[in-house]
Ligand binder design. Structure first.
Ligand SMILES: Nc1nc2c(ncn2[C@@H]2O[C@H](COP(=O)(O)OP(=O)(O)OP(=O)(O)O)[C@@H](O)[C@H]2O)c(=O)[nH]1
Ligand SMILES: [Mg+2]
Length: 248
């Protein structure tokens, strides 16, 4: 068990990169960046060709910010480009709409330092929650989570959640190659297929502060479903040794 120091003192030996995909999130970034611990090593904003001043606001807030421009459209492509640019031992992905709280990064990093390969945020693990998810989306997510557990032998409690972290050395094993909101599903399925040790981290999702969601439940739910079904044909490289113990 790693013993943590006081808040905002460098508590981990590993370096930490935080990847923030952002499309027209200028109004939310001050709130999001204010929650980031000051012990993280780098913040990479992946801009989705924003038409507001997302990049200018982000740079003003964090002069040390690295900005990556995505090569295609979609959150998946943004994250893949951000992951590729990251220099840290640990990669944390966090949304820019104010729904995910940077103070929780400590819990994700702690889970990794304590032995997990992949720390997966969950709104449905004890201690987690959501102010944001609608009943219909929650139902869809539960169905897709159950289907994934059935097909891949996992015991996930939340499939489609944008707050996750992993050791950068596992990036090659994940072989990420998608463009849209199915990225979290692809990561979760491939992490299991690669035999990574997965730890769920309870997380509380807040409501988006400003602006509109980019997610379309039917279109993106369909993409997630196709991903779950398609990935079966890749086969499982190794016996999953998914440990679903909750991060302490
Ligand atoms: N760079 C980039 N970021 C994106 C793109 N689409 C979404 N994002 C970002 O990804 C994060 C999550 O997107 P949201 O639109 O909030 O979608 P969501 O959180 O899945 O859905 P809600 O629960 O409805 O908020 C936000 O920070 C968005 O700005 C994109 O095409 N490019
Ligand atoms: Mg959101």
């Amino acid at each position: 068990m790693v013993h943590l120091g006081p808040m905002n003192k460098q508590p981990f030996a590993a370096s930490v990169s935080v990847i923030v995909p952002a499309m027209n999130e200028a109004a939310n970034l001050p709130h999001v960046f204010a929650t980031l611990p000051d012990w993280i090593d780098e913040v990479i904003l992946v801009d989705g060709n924003s038409t507001d001043d997302t990049v200018a606001v982000a740079r003003r807030l964090r002069p040390d910010l690295r900005v990556v421009t995505q090569t295609r459209r979609g959150k998946g492509n943004a994250l893949i480009e951000g992951f590729a640019a990251a220099l840290g031992d640990i990669i944390v992905m966090i949304d820019a709409d104010g729904s995910t709280d940077g103070h929780e990064i400590r819990l994700f990093v702690e889970a990794l330092v304590n032995g997990a390969d992949f720390a997966k945020g969950s709104r449905y693990a004890p201690g987690g929650g959501s102010d944001d998810i609608s009943p219909i989306r929650s139902l869809g997510n539960k169905f897709l989570t159950g289907l994934t557990n059935l097909l891949y032998g996992t015991s996930y409690s939340d499939l489609c959640y944008g707050y996750n972290a992993f050791w950068a050395r596992h990036l090659d094993a994940l072989e990420l190659d998608c463009d849209g909101f199915e990225i979290e599903t692809l990561m979760n399925v491939r992490a299991a297929q690669a035999g990574l040790v997965i730890s769920e981290v309870p997380s509380h999702e807040r409501s988006r502060i400003h602006g509109e969601s980019n997610l379309h439940a039917v279109r993106d739910g369909w993409r997630v479903l196709k991903t779950i079904m398609r990935e079966r044909s890749r086969g499982t490289a190794v016996t999953p040794r998914t440990e679903m113990a909750l991060a302490k």
